[in-house]
Design a protein around this ligand. Structure first.
Ligand SMILES: NC(=O)C1=CN([C@@H]2O[C@H](COP(=O)(O)OP(=O)(O)OC[C@H]3O[C@@H](n4cnc5c(N)ncnc54)[C@H](OP(=O)(O)O)[C@@H]3O)[C@@H](O)[C@H]2O)C=CC1
Ligand SMILES: O=CCS(=O)(=O)O
Length: 240
């Protein structure tokens, strides 16, 4: 049996790469996008189209999706995973960092949902999984701008879910707590990174990317008439 096409943004590292491996192992053809195409190709997954796409470029993402659909048929699941976390205090953080986060974490998610939603509604089938964060539900030190971007992802996901539910299209949100990936490395303040590392150590380690990939696979694998709308998943010892 041929399984349907899954699109994963930000599949070159961390949670996206882990989801690519697990969905591929289940037999799905994939479209993987990120800026570091060498890392996508290094995954060496079968039936997988790797494309160098900056997802803030809505037209480039649409082109890649059309190319993949020409080969593998309609997108059955889009996973909006690409994201960046630039921690800082609002009185000192460079506003360029806020702009980067909102363009990628929020606007790119809207654009990529728009790229597939009309077809999914017309087919009366399809799933979009948006990777939000526990920071889409509550505040953390130095997280104000990032928290705002992830609250936006969670809010947009829930609103669109209501709008497309009657078309039998599922919008799902995953809100992970701290996961061991490259995410923290982009923050520019070494002091904030060091404090975050101490926090991770204080809870005896954090989630692995595979834990989130397994969660996404479980949610997607439910029958189309079941929508696990929103999952908050953290290490047991993550208190906040
Ligand atoms: N790690 C954690 O603790 C948590 C992570 N999350 C969320 O999970 C998601 C994945 O992050 P995670 O795996 O942790 O971090 P990583 O930094 O490991 O992965 C981020 C991915 O996003 C891609 N990306 C970044 N910018 C762009 C862009 N402009 N265009 C296309 N792709 C881009 C990167 O690829 P490339 O650089 O090659 O473009 C990379 O593949 C994010 O949305 C993050 O907010 C949520 C909660 C907790
Ligand atoms: O989204 C990132 C994880 S945390 O810093 O909010 O725990």
């Amino acid at each position: 049996m041929t399984l349907p096409l899954i699109v994963i943004t930000g599949a070159s590292s961390g949670i996206g790469a882990a989801m690519a491996q697990q969905f591929s192992a289940a037999g799905h053809p994939l479209l993987l996008v990120a800026r570091r195409i060498d890392k996508l190709q290094a995954l060496q997954l079968p039936n997988t189209l790797c494309r160098q796409v900056d997802v803030t470029d809505a037209a480039a993402l649409r082109t890649a999706i059309q190319e993949a659909e020409g080969i593998h048929g309609p997108v059955d699941c889009l996973i909006n995973n690409a994201g960046v976390m630039l921690l800082g205090q609002i009185d000192t953080q460079d506003p360029i960092e806020w702009q980067r986060m909102y363009e990628l974490n929020v606007l790119a998610v809207l654009n990529s949902m728009q790229a597939v939603l009309s077809d999914m509604k017309a087919r009366r089938s399809g799933t979009i999984i948006n990777i939000s964060s526990i920071a889409g539900k509550k505040s953390f030190p130095n997280h104000a701008a990032y928290v705002g971007s992830k609250f936006a992802v969670s809010a947009i996901s829930e609103n669109v879910r209501e709008e497309v539910a009657d078309h039998n299209v599922r919008i799902m949100t995953i809100c992970p707590g701290a996961v061991e990936t490259e995410l923290l490395s982009h923050t520019t303040s070494q002091e904030i990174i060091d404090n975050y590392e101490d926090w991770k150590e204080s809870m005896g380690g954090i989630l692995a990317a595979d834990d989130i990939a397994r969660t996404a696979m479980f949610m997607y694998s439910q029958p189309q008439n079941i929508n696990i709308r929103d999952v908050l998943i953290t290490a047991t010892r993550q208190q906040a």
